[in-house]
Design a binder for this molecule. Structure first.
Ligand code: SAH
Length: 236
């Protein structure tokens, strides 16, 4: 019994690792998420079973307990289980929870990193760091387990480095509110939806303009919010 937790990358199926492909080729069963590109499933061997365990954003389609139950169910029937997750499994991906569960169930476990969706931002022309402009980046979730905004966003807004927010669309009004509170309303900001995919969309302006940009550009999940001067480096 083996569980391999595999990062599927940001969306473009060519942005997956060779190691991930090899794991997909070995799998007896693949449990895949919403954000993992379905094209990757074509690497499966004949007879490999596919199980969709997608979670639609903010609505728990499959709770983690249910996913653990599924892992148990398939581990009893198949030798090699691959859990394919969008981006990287250890970046807001609960990969560790599933590995811990599998381990406690006596399974051999491994993790294959994936390109996290934030790195897809570069494809819209925004670098996360840039000499003389941003000395680093904060990466924070916009939605904690209880749905609220992380207090660390306040800390990040007081720094000069880039702020990257995952899962922030629902709490965008609160993010803007915080930025205003810290005198950062006019700092450059962008929202990138479907990074690395053919339907990628990007809108940029200042932080206070973001809610309006969401409306005019019809932006929705999955999207990443980037706040900081690096946004100005993007053309268009
Ligand atoms: N483990 C994933 C993140 C899962 S949390 C990773 O490493 O990328 C889900 C959040 O990821 C979404 O709310 C969104 O903020 C972000 N996301 C995932 N794929 C994305 C994409 N292609 N473009 C923009 N944001 C994406």
């Amino acid at each position: 019994m083996e569980l391999i937790v595999v990062g599927a990358g940001p969306g473009d199926p060519e942005l997956v690792t060779l190691k991930a492909i090899k794991a997909l080729e070995r799998a007896d069963v693949i449990l895949y998420d919403n954000l993992a590109n379905k094209v990757l499933l074509d690497y499966r061997k004949e007879g490999c079973e596919l199980v969709y365990v997608g979670k639609t954003p903010y609505k728990k389609y499959n709770s983690q307990d249910e996913i653990n139950a599924l892992i148990k169910h398939y581990a009893d029937r198949f030798e090699v289980l691959v859990r394919l997750k969008g981006g990287d499994p250890f970046v807001f991906g609960r990969g560790m929870e599933e590995l811990a569960f599998a381990k406690s169930y006596g399974m051999k476990t491994s993790y294959i990193p994936g390109i996290t969706s934030m790195l897809g931002i570069g494809l819209s022309g925004i670098p996360l760091t840039h000499r003389g402009i941003s000395e680093g980046f904060w990466v924070i979730t916009g939605t904690k387990k209880d749905g609220s905004l992380s207090k660390d966003i306040q800390l990040a807004l007081q720094s000069k480095t880039t702020l990257v927010i995952y899962m922030g669309m629902k709490n965008l009004p609160f993010i803007v509110e915080e930025a205003v509170k810290f005198g950062k309303s006019n700092i450059p900001a962008a929202i990138i939806q479907n990074a690395s995919l053919p339907n990628m969309k990007m809108a940029k302006g200042t932080v206070v303009q973001l809610p309006e940009l969401v409306k005019t550009h019809g932006l929705t999940h999955p999207a990443i919010i980037v706040i900081g001067d690096v946004v100005e480096l993007a053309e268009g």
